[in-house]
Design a protein. Structure first.
Length: 187
C-alpha cells in the first residue's frame, strides 16, 4: 500500500487538491492522509461548493492541522511522500526554514529529513524574490516544484481539462501510472 500525505493550505486552488484526492481514492493500492489548514477549509466555500466533510471523505485518514502528535509528524511513519496542493507562500516559507508550526509544515519537514518525495504546488502570482528563494531552497533540498501552469498542446476545452493536466503531473511525480490527461507524443 502506497501511503501519500496530502497537505492543503489556504492558497487559491483547492480544486487541484480535490481532484487529486478523487483520483487517488480510485486507486486501490494508495492510502491518503489528509491535513488541511483553516484557510484551506475557508477556500473550499469560496472557490467551490465543497464542504469539509465531503473533502475529508475523499481521504483514507484525516488529521487536524494542530495535531503535532499525529502519525504523519514522525519519521517512523513509512510513506511514499507528501504533496502540498495548493501551497501558500506562508507554508512554503515555513517548510523552507523548518518552522513546523502546524502539522502540514511539520510533516513536510519530516518528509525532507527522511529524504522522501515532497511535491510543492505553489499558488501565487507574481512571485517575489522571497518566494523564488524559498522555492529554490526547497528544490535544492529535493522537493519537486510543480506550479499549476497550464499546458495547451492538448487543446483543453474546460477548466477541468486544465486541472486534469496538473493532476497528471502530480501523479507522475509519485510514480503512479495514470492516463489522467493526454500526453505529448511529438509533432
Amino acid at each position: 500500500m502506497k501511503k501519500i500525505i496530502v497537505g492543503v493550505t489556504g492558497a487559491s486552488g483547492t480544486i487541484y487538491a480535490v481532484d487529486l484526492l478523487r483520483r487517488l481514492q480510485a486507486i486501490p493500492d494508495v492510502e491518503t492522509h489528509l491535513v488541511m489548514s483553516p484557510w484551506a477549509t475557508k477556500n473550499l466555500s469560496l472557490e467551490k461548493d465543497y464542504t469539509l466533510a465531503e473533502v475529508q471523505d475523499l481521504a483514507d485518514v484525516t488529521y487536524s492541522d494542530r495535531d503535532q502528535g499525529a502519525r504523519i509528524a514522525s519519521g517512523s511513519f513509512l510513506n511514499a511522500g507528501m504533496v502540498i496542493v495548493p501551497a501558500s507562500m506562508k507554508t512554503v516559507a515555513s517548510v523552507a526554514y523548518g518552522f513546523g508550526d502546524n502539522l502540514i509544515s511539520r510533516a513536510a519537514d519530516v518528509t525532507i529529513k527522511e529524504r522522501r518525495n515532497l511535491v510543492i504546488v505553489p499558488r501565487e502570482t507574481p512571485l517575489s524574490v522571497i518566494h523564488l528563494e524559498n522555492l529554490t531552497k526547497l528544490a535544492k533540498l529535493g522537493a519537486q516544484i510543480i506550479p499549476p501552469i497550464p499546458a495547451f498542446y492538448h487543446r483543453p476545452q474546460t477548466i477541468q481539462d486544465l486541472v486534469d493536466h496538473q493532476t497528471m503531473k502530480i501523479l507522475d511525480a509519485f510514480g503512479i501510472q495514470n492516463e489522467t490527461d493526454r500526453r505529448w507524443e511529438g509533432d
